[in-house]
Design a protein around this ligand. Structure first.
Ligand SMILES: Cc1ncc(COP(=O)(O)O)c(C=O)c1O
Length: 356
């Protein structure tokens, strides 16, 4: 699909240049339609959850698996990143060492710290983001990090991290929330033990639609503490007769969100395969070039400023929606932006920077 045809599927406010998919991505019209239909079915009482809502989860599982090069049997459906990270943290063996980068996003780092506080001799060690591969050592049980950092847009080089983890017998947990679909993990997926990704940003899905990849050979390394009516082969009782795939880690679906997710996820998969996402990434590259920043690996373009809150408010007043994060103004274009919008944003940001 051309970028122009993709754009016709959105309806952003015409007076706003929305460069904030890093906070939440805008929904496609087909997703809005599906969401409204699901809500109407709820209101009328005519919906049948098994026929109308539950299947959305299975379709989303297949689509996300395809996006990251995994099997649907390795994907669990969760409401947030911390749910997947938390299950991995709660399953750590006694005495485990977890390595996380400095200033890691809390939904990944804090479950590990909570495990460390549980009194089982688990420790969390930190290292600079760019030194993570070298910081992995024989004592390391798990290395957990964001593939693309929320606060700076930096994107880790997974190759050396996976290689070092393999050398030392450590497992690797990746949060790809700010990377997927702009940074592909397909070439590394066989070396990633666990992956968590929330869909409400760059996947353009409703909040509450997140994924937890558990590589096939790791299924039994995670204790399904959140087991529920779909995790076991029987509907009632306490027999932990688990289903044989990663759906044992599913959390009961927030139905309407998952129904609304499917049309956008279909499009994201299509756009990843037909080059539309790559074209949208060129908007981020154009933006970075226009404000003299290095080319981004993902879609996040982050400018360091003295007062990010104040600068973002000034951008907002000029009609450019960005986000202040970690001392940066963070701008995150997507398929719904135009080159003209990017060029306008470049002028506004450069004016702001030169005004000090
Ligand atoms: C790197 C990263 N991971 C995950 C999330 C979302 O976390 P959760 O799904 O726990 O709300 C965010 C939200 O800003 C994020 O920046």
């Amino acid at each position: 699909m051309s970028l122009q045809s993709a754009r016709e599927l959105f309806s952003p406010d015409p007076n706003t240049i929305y460069l904030d998919a890093g906070t939440y991505g805008l929904p496609t019209k087909p997703s809005m339609d599906a969401s409204l239909e699901a809500l109407n079915g709820w209101q009328s009482g005519r919906a049948d959850f098994i026929r109308d809502w539950e299947p959305a989860g299975e379709r989303a599982r297949e689509l996300f698996a395809r996006l990251i090069g995994a099997s649907p049997a390795e994907i669990a459906l969760t409401p947030s990143v911390s749910v997947g990270a938390g299950m991995v943290a709660a399953s750590l063996p006694e005495g485990a060492e977890v390595l996380v980068p400095h200033d890691e996003f809390p939904s990944v780092a804090l479950p590990m710290s909570a495990a460390a506080a549980s009194g089982q001799g688990i420790t969390v060690r930190e290292a600079p983001y760019w030194e993570i591969a070298d910081a992995i050592r024989p004592e390391t049980t798990l290395v957990a990090l964001s593939l693309t950092r929320a606060q700076s847009g930096e994107t880790a080089d997974l190759g050396p991290i996976i290689a070092a983890a393999k050398r030392h017998g450590a497992k690797v947990l990746v949060d790809s929330t700010h990377a997927t679909p702009f940074v592909s993990v397909k070439e590394h997926i066989a070396g990633i033990d666990y992956l968590v990704c929330h869909g409400y940003k760059h996947l353009l899905l409703p909040r509450g639609v997140a994924f937890f990849y558990v590589r096939q050979d790791n299924l039994d390394t995670v204790i399904p503490y959140l087991s529920n009516w779909k995790s076991a082969k029987k509907s009632y009782g306490s027999d932990l007769n688990l289903v044989p795939d990663a759906s044992r880690f599913d959390v009961s679906l927030a139905w309407h969100a998952w129904v609304g997710a499917v049309p956008s996820l279909e499009l994201i998969v299509q756009w990843s395969e037909d080059g539309t996402i790559a074209e949208a990434k060129r908007l981020a590259e154009r933006l970075a070039k226009g404000i003299e920043l290095p080319q981004p690996k993902a879609s996040l373009v982050c400018v360091k400023v003295g007062d990010a809150e104040k600068a973002t408010a000034a951008l907002d007043a000029a009609g450019v929606k960005a986000a202040p994060r970690g001392g940066f103004i963070r701008m995150t274009p997507h398929v719904y932006n135009t080159e003209a919008e990017i060029d306008r944003a470049i002028v506004v940001v450069n004016d702001l920077l030169s005004a000090g």
